[in-house]
Design a protein around this ligand. Structure first.
Ligand code: AMP
Ligand code: MG
Length: 415
């Protein structure tokens, strides 16, 4: 039996970052960039107007005031998307719209609010600063600049930025393919007819869903029966994936065959981690592919996935940060535990008078899947402790990405 942290680092050492593939910039959302992105152009490409107004020479208008307007001759209209062919000379102006390239000769834009139209001319009423209301070429991005780095997690602004750089596709790290195999003679698939003594294979779905949640591609291999040939054949089928997960059959019962087969067909690095739930975890490799033999109990396999498989998949997918954040909360109840095992206790979080509290979801049996449904996080009790008291501050790993969402927009002043 090895400590959680040692198991985690032994596993991660064996997990490679996958290769890269080129995908469209929308398909790249939520994935990790696998190239540096440079700009081959300035953004904006040319000086342009930030306002609707008049492009002028500053030297013409520096004395303008409401009581002392400056009269300029208007050469023409310049909508966005067009280029002015002439140039603005002394005593001249061009009517310009937001986004249109600044005409040659002009160096300042006077907003339309500071002007009066006057029969082919314009009266400028305000002395604004030189260079005012102009967006300069390259003020956003300079030609040749490194705009995005290998290892960047791509979010919506990156899609817009890549588009404006003229990139419709980019290299990202591949999504890990995860083979999920449930084991057990007692298992039925969801839509099979009910039989006495049998239960539905739920692990395949919770584990595949967890894999999806971290951006991996699950490949459901169904159910292997507790017989050597069947299990071995299906484990081998899983080798098409980047990583293999089995659930069940990894304890000490007569029908627990996963460990023996892992040793026979590959190598087993360790079995059993000092944690609860999830103690009987086997990890090894088969034909070069990492294999996680997760325990069969529905809660145990999910908690083991959280601790070991999730960071592994994120590492494979090129994610620079692979561990969930944790937060502190004050315990609402006394908890007792066995020394020597790290406990991951299903809990809920609540806020009272500006303080965050944690309560357990009650019964912590590793078959109580409903407690996993209710859980908002996992409360971590370190191995050496024999318990924790009400009022103590503990670490909690939130599991629900929408946990901190609110019913009201609390970031706006209350009315
Ligand atoms: P095992 O370690 O194979 O003995 O599995 C432990 C317990 O987990 C079994 O008695 C089942 O109740 C449960 N179990 C195992 N596999 C699954 C599964 N795929 N779906 C739901 N429950 C399972
Ligand atoms: Mg079993």
């Amino acid at each position: 039996m090895i400590p959680v942290k040692e198991a985690l680092y032994q596993i991660l050492e064996q997990i490679p970052k996958l290769g890269r593939e080129r995908v469209g910039i929308l398909e790249a959302q939520g994935r990790v960039l696998a190239e540096d992105i440079f700009s081959s152009r300035n953004i904006p490409p040319w000086d342009n107007s930030a306002m609707d107004g008049y492009a002028v020479r500053y030297s013409d208008i520096q004395t303008a005031a409401p009581k002392n307007p400056v009269l300029l001759r208007v050469l023409g209209d310049l909508p966005a998307g067009q280029v002015f062919r002439g140039s603005v000379g002394l005593g001249e102006a061009v009517r310009i719209m937001t986004g249109a390239p600044l005409p040659a000769g002009a160096d300042t834009v006077v907003p339309v609010e500071e002007t009066i139209k006057a029969d082919g001319n314009v009266k400028i009423l305000a002395p604004i600063q030189t260079g005012e209301n102009i967006r300069c070429a390259g003020e956003d991005i300079r030609s040749g600049e490194k705009v995005l780095e290998d290892g960047t997690l791509l979010r919506p602004p990156h899609a817009g930025m890549l588009a404006s750089l003229g990139r419709s596709g980019v290299y990202v790290y591949q999504r890990p393919r995860v083979a999920v195999l449930s084991t057990g003679d007692e298992l039925l698939e969801i839509d099979e007819p009910w039989e006495d003594g049998k239960i539905i294979n739920s692990n395949s779905y919770s584990i595949a869903a967890q894999a999806l949640e971290c951006g991996a591609k699950p490949l459901q291999l169904g159910i292997a029966r507790d017989r050597r040939e069947d299990l071995a054949a299906r484990m081998k089928e899983g080798l098409v994936a980047d990583i293999l997960i089995t659930t069940g059959g990894v304890s000490v019962g007569d029908y627990d065959l996963v460990k023996a087969l892992l040793k026979e067909l590959g190598q087993m690095n360790f079995w059993k981690v000092a944690m609860r739930p999830g103690q009987p975890l086997a990890f090894g490799r088969m034909a070069g592919k990492p294999l996680f033999g997760l325990p069969g109990n529905p809660v145990s396999c999910m908690v083991s996935f959280e601790q070991f498989v999730r960071p592994s998949l994120l590492k494979m997918g090129g994610f620079p940060r692979i561990f969930r954040p944790s937060l502190k909360a004050v315990l609402k109840e006394d908890l007792s535990k066995k020394a020597g095992l790290t406990y991951f206790v299903r809990c809920r979080l609540l806020e009272e008078a500006g303080r965050r509290f944690a309560t357990t979801t009650g019964e912590q049996g590793s078959g109580i899947l409903s407690s996993m449904v209710r859980a908002q996080g996992l409360l971590v009790l370190p191995a050496e402790k024999t318990g924790a008291q009400k009022g103590e501050t503990v670490s909690v790993i939130p599991l629900d990405p929408y946990l901190f969402y609110t019913l009201e927009p609390t970031y706006l002043p209350s009315t």
